[in-house]
Design a protein around this ligand. Structure first.
Ligand code: ATP
Length: 233
């Protein structure tokens, strides 16, 4: 069943059209990647779903409801969690305080924080540390775990691998894959097209504000156009 259906989405910054009428869908529990070059409109699309941007036009249906009628601050209650580019953590709060903010709208069950730490024990070791002093990879882990504490149905991830060491990238990607096995749908925006296509079930390729290719992720990874443009072959 479709969790999210986007039709003819257009996003503009003043006179500049960043997203030019794209349509896509995400089914429940599905891992979908959105790949494309710099400036293709991926972040704008994700920020629009998260409520940080208003579209110029288009329809977004989420769980059968018009998403555009749900205010930004309420979207998390509806199971929509965005981990934005730059991660959006509170650098002057501790790791533990950041995690509690993830569940600000509901009462945390007794073991939930402990279970959350089990995904990344490194965060547990650093729970009293100020989030701003964590390494880039640790901050990314924190942002993802915090989003998961909101109990999302759809997790929107913007470039989670950006600037991270390969071992961290591997850890982050294996966590994303675990999360989808637990039934959470993920929309993954990535520059690292190879990893994103290996991880996802389906993918969309964006170019200059339009979706130019879409389909099964493995088939796209084998497509000569994708290989030439995004996989460096
Ligand atoms: P990247 O991988 O570089 O982040 P992207 O695919 O996520 O690229 P966007 O960040 O969505 O692309 O940008 C799409 C277009 O919109 C670009 O041409 C960009 O310059 C423009 N744009 C993005 N944010 C703004 C803004 N706040 N004001 C004006 N133009 C913007």
């Amino acid at each position: 069943m479709s969790l999210l259906t986007v039709k003819n989405l257009q996003i503009a910054y003043g006179g500049i059209q960043a997203v030019k009428g794209i349509s896509f869908e995400i089914k429940q529990g599905e891992l979908v990647s959105l790949i494309g070059a710099n400036g293709a409109g991926k972040t704008s699309t994700l920020n629009c779903l998260g409520g940080l941007l208003k579209p110029a036009s288009g329809e977004i249906s989420y769980q059968g409801q018009n998403l555009l009628t749900i205010p930004t601050h309420d979207r998390v209650k509806h199971g929509l969690a965005l981990v934005p580019e730059g991660r959006g953590i509170f650098s002057k709060l501790t790791v533990a305080e950041n995690l509690r903010m993830g569940a600000y709208h509901r009462q945390l069950a007794k073991d939930e924080l402990e279970q959350a730490y089990q995904r990344f024990p490194r965060l547990h070791e650093r729970k009293e540390q100020l989030a701003g002093t964590l390494s880039g990879g640790e901050q990314q882990m924190l942002a993802i775990v915090r989003a998961l504490l909101s109990k999302p149905k759809l997790l929107l991830l913007d470039e989670p691998s950006m600037g991270l060491a390969p071992i961290m990238v591997e850890k982050i990607f294996s966590t994303i894959s675990e999360v989808t096995k637990e039934g959470v749908a993920v929309l993954l925006v990535e520059q690292n097209a190879k990893a994103a296509l290996a991880l996802a079930q389906r993918a969309y390729v964006m170019e200059s504000g339009k979706i130019t290719l879409e389909g099964d992720a493995k088939e796209l990874a084998a497509d000569s156009r994708v290989r030439a443009a995004y996989l460096g072959e």
